[in-house]
Structure formats: C-alpha cells, structure tokens
Design a protein around this ligand. Structure first.
Ligand SMILES: Nc1nc2c(ncn2[C@@H]2O[C@H](COP(=O)(O)OP(=O)(O)OP(=O)(O)O)[C@@H](O)[C@H]2O)c(=O)[nH]1
Ligand SMILES: [Mg+2]
Length: 334
C-alpha cells in the first residue's frame, strides 16, 4: 500500500566534543586537544518515485551521524555524514517544534531533483589547543559540541499531475491510462482494481489514474478522501462514465458531488467528460446517452470549466485520436 502521509522525527548530527589533552613529551609540553567534528545535516530531495515515503513505514526515527570527538595530538574528530532523504515530488513538508509541537515551517517539493536542508547539524567543540594564549599556555578548557536540530516532520504527498482520470469504479480509467502511456496498471472487470493512484507520461504531460470514487467518498467511503486530496493539484480532469451504465447522468453527478463536497475548487476544475467503453453498446444507445449528458452537464455547472463530451473506447483508435488532440492542446497551453 502506498504511504502518502507519514510523521517522522529527524535529528541532525550533534557536534563532537573538543579534547583536552597535553603533550607528555618533556621537550614540547603544551595543549594538543583537537576539535570535535561537525554532525551530519539532513536534507530532503524530490524524486519521481511516488512510493518513496514507504521507506518510513517502519523507520520513523531518523538520525544523521554525530561528529566524532576530538582527540589528543591535534587530531580533530571526523565530521558526521550528511543524510539525504528521497521523497516524492509534490510532498508537503510541515516542520513542528519538538518540544512545543508548534508548527515552524511548511514547504513543498515542487521539482524533481530539488533539495532542501531539513535539519542543520551542530558544530564540533574546540579542543584545548585552540584555547592557548600568551597568558595561559596550558589551558584545560574545551567545548562540548553543539546539538543538531531536531524536528517532528509531517510529510504529505499531494502529487502533481496535469490530467487526473476520474470516475466511478470500473469505468475504464486504468485502461485509458495504459493505452495512452507506457503505464502497465492492472485492469480487471471488477470495481476497485486500482487501489493506489498511478502515473504515466504522455509526451511532457503527467497523467494520473485515480482510484474509483463512489458516493460518500468525501466522507471517507471506499478509498475515500485519501485520493480526493490528490486531485486538488491536478490541472484538468478527464471524467469517465461507462457507456454500459444504466444511468450515466447519475454516475456523473455522484462523482461531481463528491468532488464538490471535498472542496469547492475541486468541483470547479476544468473537465472533459468521456463516455467510455463505447464499443460495448450500440450506436443508438451511445447517441442517446451522449444527448442526455450534453443537456444536463452544461446546465449543472459553470460553462467555463466544462469543455465537451466525447464517446471513446480503448478498442477504437479513431476515438482515441480525439483524446490525443485534447492532450496536445493542454500541452500547448502549459
Ligand atoms: N469493451 C470495453 N471494455 C473496456 C474498455 N475500457 C476498459 N474496459 C474494461 O472494463 C473493465 C474495467 O476497466 P479498468 O480500466 O480496470 O477500470 P477502472 O476504471 O480503472 O476500474 P477501477 O480501478 O476498479 O476503478 C475491464 O474489464 C476492462 O477490460 C473499453 O473501451 N471497451
Ligand atoms: Mg483502475
């Protein structure tokens, strides 16, 4: 199961302690304590792998290496290694203060390859060699290393896609994604085949196949809210209604209602409506269903967000040409 929300604790490395040491050689007495090493920083880096948060399923306490303590004979401690945590592009990072649980900062990872410093390490302490002076030639002083920053971090994946394919279960969403992109999402003749969103790319566009939405999704039914959140950042919706449906109007309205119940903005996203699996029913039935939908849809919502309605089938190449044309126009508007 895809982890799309997780809370972890991050602790950057502490600085090592400085050393207080003296040369035992009578010919060259004096302080020789080296510095402590710096601790390791913790960074986040955005990657394309949507399942990257799964690494935190069993590992929620993340620590970078501490710096080593300084040693005698001017030997400085080694620095701790930095830690780079790879998280999916589109992740929202909320940082909370460890003690007060107050939110400190919210950041988003919007580009693949982008990196941010999440927790800064502590510097190492000075050894007694660095405290020597003309007035004190054998100082016993040394410093402890500073603590690395530590935070509670909530990571929430809100993926970024150009087109979100939505609809009731079994409407043919995954089939369309597979047909248009190199995705190999499982397709089967039962509802809820797809349990996690899948992405595919069509030229430079990212297409997302969203698991089936059902009545009550906005209240958590079916796969529910988890996935409505993902649609928030999608630019355009492809709304699929099965031509085999007894009541396409109701199918359309059910999904539309759940979107609007989740957020007003979602209800108003630009959408293209497709009567899918058009090969499965007669031409007359297609025409009838298209006519009914054409009448009801523009009347139900503001016209700016409604683009048009088309009959498509993954077994009919001509019908997919229309989909490709639409994708090209979305691409050119980008
Ligand atoms: N005849 C016909 N069958 C189709 C077409 N597209 C999909 N199907 C079939 O419809 C069934 C459901 O297809 P999926 O692509 O799994 O549907 P989905 O919307 O992803 O379903 P969930 O993941 O369960 O929400 C499968 O048996 C497909 O083979 C089509 O254009 N024509
Ligand atoms: Mg599916």
């Amino acid at each position: 199961m895809l982890i799309d929300e997780v809370t972890i604790k991050i602790q950057a490395g502490n600085g090592g302690k400085g050393s207080a040491a003296f040369n035992k050689n009578m010919m060259s007495l004096g302080p020789t304590g080296g510095k402590g090493g710096k601790g390791g920083n913790i960074y986040f880096e955005a990657v394309s792998d949507l399942s990257a948060l799964n690494q935190f399923r069993h590992k929620k306490d993340i620590r970078a290496e501490n710096g080593e303590d300084g040693r005698s004979q001017f030997r400085d401690g080694n620095n701790g290694r930095d830690l780079v945590l790879k998280i999916p592009v589109g992740t929202v990072i909320q940082k909370f203060d460890n003690a007060s649980s107050q939110i400190i900062k919210t950041e988003e990872m919007l580009k693949i390859g982008e990196g941010i410093l999440a927790a800064k390490s502590g510097l190492g302490g000075k050894g007694n060699f660095l405290f020597r002076s003309s007035r004190n030639i054998s100082p016993k002083q040394f410093q402890n290393g500073l603590s690395g920053e530590s935070f509670i971090v909530k990571l929430e994946l809100k993926f970024i896609a150009d087109v979100g394919i939505i609809g009731l279960p079994n409407a043919g969403k995954s089939s369309l994604l597979n047909e248009l992109t190199k995705a190999k999402t499982k397709v089967a003749n039962y509802p809820f085949t797809t349990l996690e969103p899948n992405l595919g790319t069509y030229h430079e566009l990212i297409l997302a196949d969203i698991p089936g939405l059902i009545e009550g999704a906005s209240e958590g039914k079916g796969l529910g809210m988890r996935f409505l959140r993902h649609i928030e950042r999608v630019k355009v919706l492809f709304h699929l209604i099965s031509a085999e449906s007894e009541n396409p109007t109701k199918d359309y309205e059910t999904v539309k209602h759940e979107l609007a119940a989740h957020s007003k903005k979602l209800g108003k996203k630009t959408e293209y409506v497709f009567l899918s699996k058009s090969d499965a029913v007669s031409k007359e039935e297609i025409k009838k269903k298209l006519d009914i939908l054409k009448k009801i849809i523009p009347a139900k919502q503001d016209l700016a967000s409604f683009k048009n309605i088309y009959a498509i089938s993954v077994y009919n190449w001509d019908s997919l040409e229309k989909v490709k044309e639409i994708l090209s126009s979305i691409q050119s508007e980008k």
